[in-house]
Design a protein around this ligand. Structure first.
Ligand SMILES: Cc1cc2nc3c(=O)[nH]c(=O)nc-3n(C[C@H](O)[C@H](O)[C@H](O)COP(=O)(O)OP(=O)(O)OC[C@H]3O[C@@H](n4cnc5c(N)ncnc54)[C@H](O)[C@@H]3O)c2cc1C
Ligand code: SF4
Length: 531
């Protein structure tokens, strides 16, 4: 297990028992993997520290289901370690002695346990890394920060790949990853002759097709105890706790994934981008929350999907599409995060300034697509990728919402949200606020796209075929206004020049009608209207 950083003592160590060789092994809330680096070489005298702290629950107002998921999964993981004979110092959120800060808990543990050193796996978030960097000077103990080898691309692998490139594109990174891990390959060539079957992943769900209901996991006694604590402690956080049914152990997470393999993977490819009213899950895998916690292993998920293809149980477009999300997008997004932090967190390339409208927190809007995506987020702490990107993200992009407010929302409301994955998706992919690091063009779309990929529009208050009238779909005028606002920048982008030209070819009357409608909509947002 490679240590990515050994932070050496800056001052004299706290007095230790001269014989102590014990290691204080710190496990963070999203490091719940049996083989996590910080546990490797564990000896009987070592102590594992796990702490539920207020600071982590409140740095954004997390959905109560997300807090429940993390705390319950931590408690189950700690119990499994204890059953293996590991000494676990577990600090509960409501423990009166809890200092409610991770660093303060490490200090307290160092003081009481008197270890010889501290071991921790590198954290997922830049913010936590800054805290860990203080542990050595705060405790006087050597701190071994170990590489998080649950990811298929180490940070060093990504840096080596990125070196010397003027543009970092997921597609080329993904090909490297396919080669490096020998996944879905025929010798040196991609299985089936093509790297990417994205063009076969964009079908609308036909009428009459109902996605199968996924296996869910009703709360056990440990989870119910956590739910009561969360309900009492965070009564004002956005979202409902009533429907909590996430897997909180590795075994249940695996059963959830097996259910995907058996019932949804086959159709995942065709309907990956499709949306349907009152269908929260479609054919998606629902693995992000347990995967990001460490309850599932990314490589094993890819290998299992590949095995399903080789056994003739799922077509190539579905399996390649699924593997691309995990081996490609997930690893690429993490690489981008670490490559560009901390500067990335301040990027606002399109100069967006508008505050997040209240309806993102209430789902009270006449826009049916938004009400559906936000409503199911409140109920399940989940929306699938196209809802996040092309509904709530697209609206935020077109309306010029400030990336800070949008980032905070996405980080708070989804059960799978951690900054390393949330931020490049939000600031980069959805808002283009990184100026084109994640994607070469903004994912901007009018109502026509939403109508093509969903059945939302038929029963909407607004008319998707109209752009400038009183009941015109807001996405239409906002789309053209967005193109007009950024015409100069986009005219120079080969993938955006066409809509700029289309706008410019419209009659002056049409252009001013669209812009007047957009100005009115934006004013309504600023005045707190539901739209
Ligand atoms: C604005 C925005 C914010 C997002 N925030 C998060 C977040 O906080 N946490 C998170 O895990 N994902 C995030 N995503 C990516 C993606 O939407 C979710 O991973 C996915 O919806 C999770 O559902 P699933 O497990 O059913 O995914 P599936 O559609 O079944 O995909 C399988 C897996 O692929 C991975 N994956 C797919 N797309 C991406 C991506 N763009 N980036 C990283 N991994 C990906 C995930 O691990 C996912 O579980 C965000 C996307 C957008 C557009
Ligand atoms: S008409 Fe417009 S606002 Fe209504 S569901 Fe369709 S895209 Fe959304």
């Amino acid at each position: 297990m490679a240590a990515t950083a050994a932070i050496h003592p800056m001052r004299a160590p706290v007095p230790l028992s001269p014989m102590s060789q014990a290691i204080l092994r710190v496990i963070l809330g999203d490091q719940l993997s049996r083989d996590i680096a910080a546990l490797s070489g564990h000896a009987p005298d070592d102590v594992v520290l796990m702490a539920e702290v207020m600071g982590e629950c409140t740095y954004v107002p997390h959905h109560p289901q997300k807090i429940t998921l993390v705390l319950s999964a931590m408690r189950h993981f700690a119990a499994a370690l204890t059953a293996r004979g590991v000494t676990v110092r577990y600090i509960r959120l409501d423990d009166p002695a809890n200092t409610q800060s991770l660093t303060a808990e490490v200090l307290r543990a160092a003081d009481e346990v008197k270890p010889a050193r501290i071991a921790v796996t590198e954290p997922g978030e830049y913010r936590v890394l800054q805290d860990i960097k203080t542990w050595n000077s705060e405790t006087g103990l050597p701190v071994d920060m170990l590489e998080d080898d649950r990811f298929l691309a180490s940070r060093r692998f990504f840096e080596t790949w990125a070196r010397g490139k003027t543009q970092l594109r997921m597609e080329f990174f993904y090909r490297e990853m396919r080669r490096a891990h020998a996944i879905l390959m025929e010798g040196d060539d991609p299985e089936g002759g093509k790297w990417n079957y994205d063009s076969e992943n964009r079908k609308r769900l036909p009428a009459g097709v109902t996605p199968p209901q996924p296996k869910r996991f009703p709360p056990d006694a440990v989870t119910r105890e956590v739910m009561a604590l969360v309900a009492k402690t965070f009564p004002d956080h956005y979202g409902s706790l009533d429907n909590f049914d996430y897997p909180v152990t590795a075994r249940d997470a695996q059963a959830g994934f097996a259910d995907f393999l058996a019932h949804r993977l086959r159709d995942f490819g065709d309907w990956q981008d499709a949306m349907a009213a009152d269908q929260s899950w479609m054919f998606h895998a629902l693995v992000s929350a347990p995967l990001n916690l460490g309850l599932l292993d990314a490589k094993k998920l890819c290998q299992a999907a590949e095995a399903a293809y080789r056994a003739g149980k799922a077509p190539l477009n579905a399996v390649e599409g699924f593997i691309r999300q995990i081996l490609g997008w997930r690893e690429f997004i993490r690489g981008i995060y670490w490559h560009h932090m901390p500067d990335y967190a301040t990027r606002n390339a399109l100069g967006a300034t508008r505050a997040l409208p209240e309806f993102y927190w209430t789902a009270e809007t006449h826009m049916r697509c938004m009400a559906q995506a936000i409503g199911q987020t409140m109920t399940h702490a989940y929306a699938h990728h196209i809802q996040r990107l092309m509904i709530t993200g697209n609206f935020a992009l077109l309306a010029g919402l400030h990336p800070d407010g949008v980032d905070e929302w996405y980080l708070a409301v989804y059960a799978d949200a951690y900054e390393w994955v949330e931020m490049p998706n939000t600031r980069g992919m959805a808002l283009h606020a990184d100026g084109g690091i994640v994607g070469s063009k903004p994912y901007a779309a009018s109502g026509a796209y939403i109508n093509r990929m969903s059945d939302y529009c038929g029963k909407c208050h607004y008319d998707v075929t109209d752009a400038a009238g009183d009941r015109a779909c807001p996405f239409n005028a906002l789309y053209w206004d967005f193109i007009a606002r950024h015409a100069e920048r986009f005219a120079a982008n080969p993938r955006m020049a066409m809509p700029v030209r289309s706008f410019q070819k419209m009659s002056a009357e049409r252009r001013s009608a669209l812009r007047a409608r957009a100005a009115w909509l934006l004013q309504q947002i600023d005045q707190g209207a539901k739209l």
